[in-house]
Every structure is written in C-alpha cells, then in structure tokens.
Design a protein around this ligand. Structure first.
Ligand code: A3P
Length: 291
C-alpha cells in the first residue's frame, strides 16, 4: 500500500515532506544557460506543454517523441531523487544539454541559478475552477498525494492555498509579474484549447525555431487531447503504476474548458467567485472559464 504524503512548508508554501527534506538540493540546483524550464501550477496543462515542446524540438518526429515516457524525457525538478524516474544526480550532472525541465514551483522558489543563467521559461496557467477540479480528481487517483477529502473540503483547501505547491492565486500572479523581468512566455490553457496552432506558433517563436506547415499540422494533431490520451508515453500509464489508479480517474481525464460547471453547486460557485475577486484584485491577469 502506498502511503499518502505528509506535507511540510518551505517559506510558507505547502510541499510534500519529502520535497521539504531535499529542499537544499532543489534550491542549489545548477541550471545551464540553454536549459528550458516548463513551469505550471499542477494540473494546468504541464504534460500537454511538455509534449508540444518535445514535438517542436524533435521537428515533429513522432517516433523520436516516443523514445521514452514524458517523465523521463523531461525531469521533474521538484521531486526527491528516490521518487524521480530521472534522479537529481543525472539531472544535474550527466543529462546532456539542452535540457527541458519541469517544475510546479511558485516563482519565488525557483532555484536562483535559472535567473542567473537567464534561462527561458514557458509558464502555462489554467483558470482556477478547471484547475481545481482537475487537481481534485488527481488527488483521488494519485495515492502519493495527500487525501483530498470531500469535494467541498478540497475547494476550501484550494481557496486557502493549503494544497501542494501552495496557493494557485499567488502562483499565477507571481509568475505573471515575473514575466516582465525574465525570459518567460506566459501561456493560457484556454488559448491552447481554442487555437492550438496559434499557441504553438508562440512557442516556436519563443524557442527561435521554425517548422513547415506539414510539421506544424503534425504537432497540432499529436498534441491533441484525443491522441495524447491514447499515447502511453504521455498518459502516465507506463510508470507510477503503484501510485496512480487510472480506474479511479484517468490522468488524461477530460481535457476541457468549463468542466467545473459539472462540479460546483450554485452556492459553491458564488462563494468561490466572491473570494476570487478579492484574491485577484491586485493583478491585471484575466482568465476565461469558458470558451
Ligand atoms: P483534466 O483533469 O481537466 O482532464 P498536468 O499535465 O499539468 O498534470 O495537467 C493535466 C490536465 O491537463 C488534465 O486535465 C489533462 O486531461 C489535461 N491535458 C493533458 N493533455 C491535454 C491535451 N493534449 N489537451 C487538453 N488537455 C490536456
């Protein structure tokens, strides 16, 4: 049986105890100038963005993208070495450049070497309600995460920021501010869903890459929800079998904008909206909760 994680805090941000215990290693991570960081709040579309970036880097070669699972292709900076498919040791020392690295850390906890090296970062944000719904189901199926409690309880935890990787509100706002100081491409899940080709073009430009229309079409096709859901190298069915139970809720669950409407009661929605207004009053950041 897998034990659900206990949590701790780093600078007031909730993280798993095991991440807290290796925090020095994470904080002192040595970035290289050509590292690309994909940063997100958990469940905002990380895997989708990773697959898109890899398809671009492999010039649309589907076979090359299936060389390994997404977790092995792009190491997860935050994970303790024992739990990571690619341990920190190889991540920091032997993994050849250029590396693409994934993180869920809020901007203030990103290892300072990434800024010193002026690394590029792609940040993807998803509207709070869909992000929350996805996070809830992920906690149900991933037995290594803390018990989410009931849906009602999880909404409360999310609103108070007492969930893994901390407050969604602080996360999206912090990265939004940071984009004016660093090389950060800030994308939205909703835009990717509405017009994938246009958002892929943004990533291409940011990475200073060019592909022809045929390759672009291939990337759009292979990064669609329907294709990724069936791709064992992207849908997390090939590893973490001991902790992820896809029969409870698949990792590739719905991949939609607006699924929150199937979860929130009218009262929950009203309370959430009121709280949201207060928490987001100090930002110019605007999200769409439906398309
Ligand atoms: P849902 O639970 O709403 O379906 P992450 O990769 O950050 O953990 O995010 C997972 C969420 O992104 C899940 O949301 C998953 O279904 C969705 N997702 C993954 N690939 C996608 C794709 N190609 N298109 C749209 N959504 C995708």
């Amino acid at each position: 049986m897998v034990l659900r994680s206990e949590t701790g805090e780093v600078e007031g941000v909730t993280l798993t105890k095991s991440i807290c215990s290796i925090w020095d290693q994470v904080w002192n991570f040595q970035a290289r100038p050509d590292d690309l960081l994909i940063a997100t709040y958990a469940k905002a579309g990380t895997t989708w963005t990773q697959e898109t970036v890899d398809m671009i880097q492999q010039n649309g070669d589907v076979e090359k993208c299936r060389r390994a699972t997404i977790a092995k292709r792009h190491p997860f900076l935050d994970l303790p070495p024992a739990k990571a498919p690619v341990p920190h040791k190889s991540l920091s020392q032997t993994m050849p450049s250029p590396r693409t690295i994934k993180t869920h850390l809020p901007v203030q906890l990103v290892p300072p070497s990434f800024w010193k090296q002026n690394c590029k970062v792609i940040y993807v944000a998803r509207n709070a309600k869909d992000n929350l719904v996805s996070y809830y189901h992920f906690h149900r199926m991933n037995k290594a995460l803390p018990d989410p409690g009931t849906w009602e309880e999880f909404i409360e935890k999310f609103m108070t920021g007492k969930v893994l990787w901390g407050s969604w509100y602080d996360h999206v706002k912090g990265w939004w501010k940071a984009k004016d100081k660093h090389r950060i491409l800030y994308l939205f899940y909703e835009d990717m869903k509405e017009n994938p080709e246009q958002e892929i073009q943004k990533i291409l430009k940011f990475l200073e890459k060019d592909v022809n229309q045929e390759v672009l079409n291939k990337i759009v096709h292979n990064t669609s929800f329907e294709i990724m859901k069936e791709n064992p190298m992207a849908n997390y069915t090939r590893e973490f079998q001991a902790i992820m139970d896809h029969s409870i809720s698949p990792f590739m669950r719905k991949g939609a904008v607006g699924d929150w409407k199937n979860h929130f009661t009218v009262a929950q929605n009203k309370k959430f909206d009121e709280d949201y207004k207060k928490k987001m009053a100090d930002t110019s950041l605007v999200f769409r909760t439906e398309l």
